[in-house]
Design a protein around this ligand. Structure first.
Ligand code: ZN
Ligand code: ZN
Length: 96
């Protein structure tokens, strides 16, 4: 498994949004159509508590604003070491 390039949680896991340490899930920022594999490959993932992952305010439960924010964040991180063209090539789209 690749290391996250977005969040440092090796020593102490915490929710990227609220800091909670309960019920943490690994969230791949860019998903769908084979993109999850790419997110894993490049470490575009972070930890979310249940609430912010699949719960009431979750990215997988209609919180599109947060989902989008994390997608843009992931792309910005990717672009610190790659070009936008490379992002488009790997993920097939651009959020920025
Ligand atoms: Zn949270
Ligand atoms: Zn997720």
């Amino acid at each position: 498994m690749a290391k996250s390039i977005i969040q440092d949680y090796e020593e102490e896991p915490w929710c990227y949004v609220c800091g909670s340490t309960d019920w943490l899930h690994s969230h791949h920022c860019i998903e769908g159509s084979g993109r999850r594999v790419m997110s894993e490959k490049y470490g575009l993932k972070l930890l979310l508590c249940m609430e912010h992952h699949t719960g009431k305010y979750g990215v997988h439960n209609g919180n599109h604003e947060l989902a989008r924010e994390l997608q843009e964040l992931a792309q910005r991180k990717f672009e610190e070491t790659h070009t936008r063209e490379e992002f488009r090539k790997e993920f097939g789209l651009s959020f920025l």
